[in-house]
Structure formats: C-alpha cells, structure tokens
Design a protein around this ligand. Structure first.
Ligand code: PEP
Ligand code: MN
Length: 455
C-alpha cells in the first residue's frame, strides 16, 4: 500500500495530470491480449495517430450539456449497443444518422428546446460482459467483447483477444466520423428534408395517431418559411460522438494535451461514459475519466444509493461544473418510480448540477420465449414515462434520452404500433449484443416523448 501511495503521489505531481494512476488501481472488464508484441505495437501506433475529435468541439459540447443541465436543452443519444466493423457501411451509418435527425426534429418541436444530437457511434466497439465465457453445444470459448477485442464468430481464432483490433477500431471510427461530419454539414440534415422523411412515417396507417403532431410540425416549418427563416443555416447541425470508455489502454493512447488549454482531452470521442459494471468509485475507470476534460456520463442502475451518486460527483465533478457530469439512469420500468426520486432529491440537495438522462433499455432486457435477448417497447416507454413523472414531481429537469437504436428495419425489440413479434427475430435479428429499437420504433418513441415534453 505504502508503495502505491508514493508512486501515485509522485505521478500526480508530474505534468502528466496523473493519467497513468489508473494502471495501479483495481480494473475489471479488460481483455487478455494473446500477443504482447502486437499489443505494444498497437498502442504505440494509436498514440501517434491524429486525434479523432478536436478539443474545441469537446468544450462546445460541455457548454451544450451545461444548458441541458439547466433545463435549456435536451440530449438525444442513440446508436448500436455494439458497433461492428462490418456494419460501418455508408448505408447503415446514413440510416442511423437520418433516424437520429428525424427523432431530434420531433423532440425539438415537443420540447420547444434545442436538442443536442449525439451518436453511440464512431467508437462503440468494446463491450462489458457478465461472463468471461460462452458455451454453445458443449463448446466453451471466450465471450464476445466487441469488435475492438475479438470477433463474433464462434471459433477459437475469432474469439481470441487480438490487440490489432484496437487500431482497426480507431480507423473505423475515423471513417464513420468522417461520414457523419459530411452528412451533418453537407445538406443531408436540412430541416425541410428531415421533416419530409417524418411525413413518410406518419403516412403509415399504424402511425395515424401521430399525424396531428406531424401536422403541427408541418405548420411550424411553413410558418418559419413564410417568415423568411434562414433555412441555409438549418442545413447544418452539430452532431457529437460518444461511446463507453471501457478499454482504458485505448482511451489513454488517444488522450492528448490540448495546446490551447494545456489540459488533457480524450480525443477518441466528444463524450465518454462509464458503464454500470465499471463505476467502482475506487477503480481505474473512475480515476482515469476524472482526469480528462471531456464531459463524462455514468450509468446508474437500480442498486445505486444516494451516497454512491454523491461520491461519484465528488470524484468526477469536484468543481460542480454544469455540463461536466451526466447521470444516465437505467433502473428498469418496475423500479424507476420507486428508486429514482430519492437519488434525484439527494443529489439536488447537495447543490450539484448534473444532467439527468434516461436509458430505458438496459433495465428492461428479457429473453423471448423463443430464446432471443429482447425488450418490450411498452416497458421501454413505461420507463421513459416514469422518468418524466419523477422529475416533474420533484421540479427537476428530465434532460435527455439514451437509446439503443438503428436506422434499419430489424426485428429485435417486441411491440410498437406496427408490432414486431418474436417470429420476426428468426429473419431480422442482427444485433451482436443488445436488442435495438428499429427505425419505426425509434420514431414512434420520439413522437411519444415529444407528446410528454409538450405537456
Ligand atoms: C450499454 O450501454 O450497452 C451497457 C452495457 O450499459 P450498462 O453499463 O448500463 O449496463
Ligand atoms: Mn447495451
């Protein structure tokens, strides 16, 4: 112990901002790389590659999130549970961006607030797992941990932990981000175009109940047009990238000192979050993320006590800076109304200004009778409603939505107005990890949330 303390103290005094102290702390969910030479050369390569995001953009995002923490903006964060290298195609990326933009227009109207658009995209390649192994038909192999670590194919070769995948994750993130930037700056995000796509959604008879809201938005767009609104400016939108900061070696290799501020930024994404399984207050993940300037999220499950939340605030946001810390609650529909109020009250009483976001997915995962990991659309919506109810009762701001979704016509979550049943899983279940809302279910959620926000 004494030795650890001395080492930590001398490191934190050095100009590295203590960025390597995590290496001496307890850490979970890390790979066991099979080849140490590849491991070393991959990290060396990553540490010389250009940053994926610019520190100035990260600062802009912190300001946007600060506005949301104060009730003046709403965060929409969405994307795959686990991105894959194979899935990083133009069609799939554009479908996902398009769906997020469509949801954002509806939410902007419903909330009468700016919506901060953020993808679980361009870096969401590492997954925590509840078990190290997976057994199929008597064969046991290492569990799939995301394309950044190993392959999904159930063979010994594919499931080995290959550190060169971290470099591929970097390049796939770079090309994904490049396309996102092109779409969101190059005309694809034009408000009128996005609104036109939404009209396609409500034209489906299954969604006729959302028509009146769509008509209101239509009138608002025409009103803006008649007033001479600058639609050219509305062809470009800000779009931020985020992922779970799970593999700390990767995050450390992409952490750079910003020449403007002299402070360290994790340039692998604008926003990073710490998962429910790795938020140990004395552990490596909390320590490392406490030392970078990026806005940070922490997932909070139903077992989180108010003291846990307060300790996280002390470590990650000691200066109580709005925009720095986002709590992403994932309580489950059955728990949210019981567990969330105490947590929110105690945090509010402490004077901290965190942003509260709901993740209505991870507390509502079930297995379908035919054996697929799934979620019921109704449970997901019930958690969202519970989140709004609790915040409305306490007078705090329900500041955002964190969802696992895709722009494709997959069948992974049950229900919705144009319902998905479990038989559809046989042909259209594509996720390599958790089930996502498909394009239609995502838009339906946006219309339902917009209804709740405008009340
Ligand atoms: C996830 O976001 O995919 C995830 C694993 O979430 P959680 O940490 O909340 O379980
Ligand atoms: Mn997930």
């Amino acid at each position: 112990m004494t030795e650890t303390t001395v080492t930590s103290a001398s490191r934190s005094a050095a100009p590295d901002h203590g960025l390597d102290i995590w290496r001496e702390l307890a850490i979970s969910q890390q790979p066991s790389w099979q080849d140490s030479t590849v491991h070393r050369s991959s990290l060396d390569e990553l540490s010389t590659l250009p940053p994926l995001v610019f520190a100035g953009e990260v600062d802009v995002l912190r300001e946007r999130l600060a506005a949301a923490a104060q009730g003046k903006a709403f965060l929409l964060q969405g994307g795959d549970c686990a991105e894959t290298f194979e899935g990083a195609t133009a069609d799939r990326i554009s479908a996902r961006v398009k769906t997020i933009l469509q949801m954002a227009v509806v939410l902007t109207y419903g909330a009468s607030l700016p919506v901060i658009k953020m993808g679980r995209m361009a870096g969401q390649f590492a997954k925590p797992r509840s078990s190290n192994d997976e057994t199929r038909e008597g064969v046991t192999l290492p569990a799939y941990r995301g394309d950044m670590v190993n392959g999904y194919d159930f063979t010994p070769e594919s499931r080995g932990h290959d550190a060169s995948r971290m470099v591929r994750a970097y390049h796939t993130s770079a090309s994904t981000l490049n396309l996102i930037r092109a779409f969101t700056q190059g005309g694809f995000a034009d408000l009128r175009l996005v609104h036109h796509w939404n009209k396609g959604f409500t034209a489906n008879p299954a969604h006729s109940r959302y028509e009146s809201l769509a008509r209101e938005i239509d009138r608002a767009v025409r009103f803006m047009e008649a007033c001479g609104a600058d639609f050219d400016a509305l062809t470009r939108v800000e779009f931020f990238a985020s992922h779970e900061a799970l593999l700390l070696e990767y995050e450390r290799a992409l952490t750079r000192t910003d020449s403007r501020t002299g402070l360290p930024y994790d340039t692998s994404a604008h926003f990073l979050w710490i998962g429910e399984r790795t938020r140990d207050i004395d552990g490596a993940h909390i320590d490392f993320l406490s030392r970078v300037r990026n806005p940070i999220g922490v997932k909070l499950g139903p077992g989180t006590s108010p003291d846990d939340a307060l300790a996280l605030i002390d470590k990650l946001d000691p200066n109580r800076e709005p925009g720095r810390l986002t709590f992403i609650t994932r309580m489950g529909a059955k728990n949210i109304r019981e567990k969330l109020p105490n947590l929110v009250s105690k945090v509010t009483d402490s004077g901290a200004k965190v942003l509260w976001v709901t993740d209505p997915m991870h507390g509502n995962t079930v297995t379908s009778p035919n054996g697929y990991k799934t979620r019921n659309f109704d449970d997901v919506m019930d958690e969202v409603r519970g989140f709004f109810e609790v915040h409305n009762e306490l007078g705090t701001f329900p500041g955002g939505l964190h969802v696992e979704m895709t722009g494709d016509d997959v069948a992974e979550c049950l229900g919705g107005a144009d319902p998905i049943d479990q038989e559809a899983f046989l042909d259209r279940y594509e996720s390599v990890c958790d089930p996502r809302l498909n394009h239609m279910q995502s838009l339906e959620m946006a219309f339902l949330v917009a209804g709740a926000l405008s009340r």
